[in-house]
Write a protein that binds this ligand. Structure first.
Ligand code: DX5
Ligand code: ZN
Length: 222
């Protein structure tokens, strides 16, 4: 599987926007359309007001498809489920700073399980909340909507925080990817790249586009 650096553009379609009656075909469709990663949104109905799918679904999809699994945990108690998602084949697991857990422990569990680590901050959470972990994670995910649902409106007010995250990374010689999630697509991706994001989660604008390959290409070009 290709290794990406912070200088590569990574397009990660979010399976939340796929047709749930044929998930396997939808993953193949994303792979054929040249998705780099597959973004999997895991929701517990407590940390966010929605429930999505769990580790068994992820495990079966992983068994049958060769693409990097980018797992975004929207769970109040992520530690309880990290082992199950590691077992399911997650390549990267991101956990929210706003969750009720010991972040050091969560990151250690993910690393020990052989996956890459990510830390997520909500739109109104300052970068400062993530700083204690930025020297040890592979990815910082900046939410550009409040998590819970696909198809929400992109929040441009998050852009300055993305630029701050990029400046902080460069000033400190760090290497984390900067991923954005929520309302991203051809209409705003140029601003996101400009601010410093390099990994773009896109649900509605990829899976629900008339031509997914063309949508991914447009998002990649910016
Ligand atoms: C929101 C999820 C997103 C969502 C993005 O809680 O974390 O990954 O699926 O969907 P779009 O791209 O439609 O906003
Ligand atoms: Zn997500």
């Amino acid at each position: 599987m290709k290794k990406f650096t912070k200088n590569d553009r990574i397009i990660a379609p979010s399976l939340l926007a796929a047709d749930f009656t044929k998930l396997g075909d939808e993953v193949s469709r994303a792979i054929n359309a040249k998705a780099d990663w597959l973004h999997l949104d895991i929701m517990d109905g407590h940390f966010v007001p929605n429930v999505s799918f769990g580790p068994d679904v992820v495990a079966q999809l992983h068994e049958n498809n060769d693409i990097f699994f980018d797992v975004h945990l929207m769970l109040s108690h992520p530690d309880q489920y990290i082992p199950a998602f590691l077992k399911a084949g997650a390549d990267l697991i991101s956990v929210h700073v706003e969750a009720e857990h010991d972040m050091a422990k969560s990151l250690e569990m993910i690393r020990a399980g052989g996956a890459k680590t990510g830390i997520v901050i909500n739109p109104d959470t300052p970068l400062e909340a993530a700083k204690p972990w930025l020297d040890q994670v592979d990815l910082l995910l900046c939410m550009t909507v409040y998590p819970g649902f696909g198809g929400q409106k992109f929040m441009p007010e998050v852009l300055p925080k993305i630029a701050k995250a990029r400046d902080y990374r460069e000033q400190n010689n760090l290497n984390y990817h900067i991923e954005v999630d929520g309302g991203a697509g051809p209409a705003n991706v140029a601003q996101l790249y400009e601010a410093g994001a390099n990994a773009i989660v896109a649900g509605s604008t990829t899976f629900k586009a008339p031509d997914m390959a063309q949508a991914i290409e447009e998002i990649r070009l910016g």
